[in-house]
Design a protein around this ligand. Structure first.
Ligand SMILES: [Zn+2]
Ligand SMILES: [Zn+2]
Length: 322
């Protein structure tokens, strides 16, 4: 189970109520405003007005997101002044642990997604002074690992049904649903709603044919065909003639799709660390080379050392705690 802190306990209660760690993680991170709030928090923002001014976000949307992130144990509300009473939001241990999730996302967006409203800030490894890409390695044997080197199976709390994202903010604040500011449009197209993330996860779990996706996602056929079409348009999947020689089409992850794997695996492992259901993990990853449980760590592409949160600068600012 998660570490015995108060916030972790709150997180565990969500896990017990609402489904497995994948569902909770995707519900939290498949929301552009949440991603942007966490991004600024990692860069040191703590006060309501700073998010409000920097994001151009509606008050009702910001209030709902801060509440949802606090209920999930990602942020904690801290009083910093008594008269009048004023509060700020600090990243908890759970929130601070999101830095590899955000780092792999920034990298994928910068490297693979087109048409940003504004360019993403460069990431610098403060230890070597170079701009870098995060490179996925295995925490057990320390060797590099990509999608082809890692196998994933459902664990005791895993199934596609239990993994459908919980829309944490939508449920509590349907009146303030918001399309988001469009800074991560491709990411949101991939993971921004339950059917998209379920379809993408199915592709990473080896689904190839339309019928595989139908069975895996339990989604209506029209939705599955729509998601597959969107992913093909984005260049994340590509249709190829079935190997069996029939006229059927198979959908394969492209290089752009496979490049999303570091983000997907760091997200799933983050979810499992903090929101694991009582009966066990939702997904179990194995590193094929060393045959041990695969736990991701990130290395610097420039100097080949393991990245630490305090040694990363984004847009000239050190990450939280740096
Ligand atoms: Zn290994
Ligand atoms: Zn470096």
């Amino acid at each position: 189970m998660v570490k015995g802190t108060g916030v972790a306990k709150a997180a565990a209660e969500i896990a017990d109520d609402e489904g497995n760690s994948v569902a909770i993680q995707m519900g939290l991170l498949g929301d552009e405003w949440n991603l942007l709030i966490i991004r600024l928090a990692l860069l040191g923002v703590r006060r309501y007005n700073e998010w409000y001014e920097q994001l151009g976000i509606a008050n009702s949307v910001l209030t709902a997101r801060l509440r949802a992130l606090s209920e999930a144990g990602v942020l904690t509300r801290v009083r910093y002044q008594d008269r009048p009473a004023r509060h700020e939001y600090h990243l908890t241990e759970i929130g601070l642990d999101l830095w590899p999730v955000l780092l792999t996302l920034w990298w994928w967006e910068a490297e693979w997604a087109g048409e940003h409203v504004e360019p993403l800030p460069p990431m610098v490894h403060l230890e070597c002074g170079e701009q870098f890409s995060p490179v996925l390695h295995c925490a057990s044997c320390r060797r590099p690992a990509d999608l082809a080197d890692v196998s994933g199976v459902f664990g005791p709390s895993g199934s596609f049904e239990r993994s459908a994202p919980r829309a944490t903010t939508r449920r509590r604040s349907s009146s303030v649903a918001s399309a988001g500011p469009g800074l991560f449009p491709e990411t949101i197209a991939l993971i921004g709603n339950r059917w998209s993330s379920a379809t993408l996860a199915a592709a990473f779990f080896g689904c190839r044919r339309f019928t595989d996706f139908l069975q895996a996602t339990l989604a209506p056929p029209t939705i599955v065909s729509d998601r597959l079409r969107v992913f093909c348009d984005m260049g994340v999947l590509t249709p190829v003639a079935s190997a069996s020689g029939s006229s059927r089409v198979e959908y394969r992850l492209t290089e752009k799709g496979r490049a999303f794997f570091p983000h997907m695996v760091t997200s799933l492992c983050w979810g499992d660390r903090w929101y694991r259901a009582p009966e066990g993990p939702a997904v179990i990853f194995t590193h094929k080379e060393c045959k041990r449980i695969f736990d991701p760590v990130l290395y610097c592409s420039a100097c080949d050392k393991e990245l630490q949160r305090s040694k990363i600068g984004v847009g000239g600012l050190p990450l939280y705690g740096g």
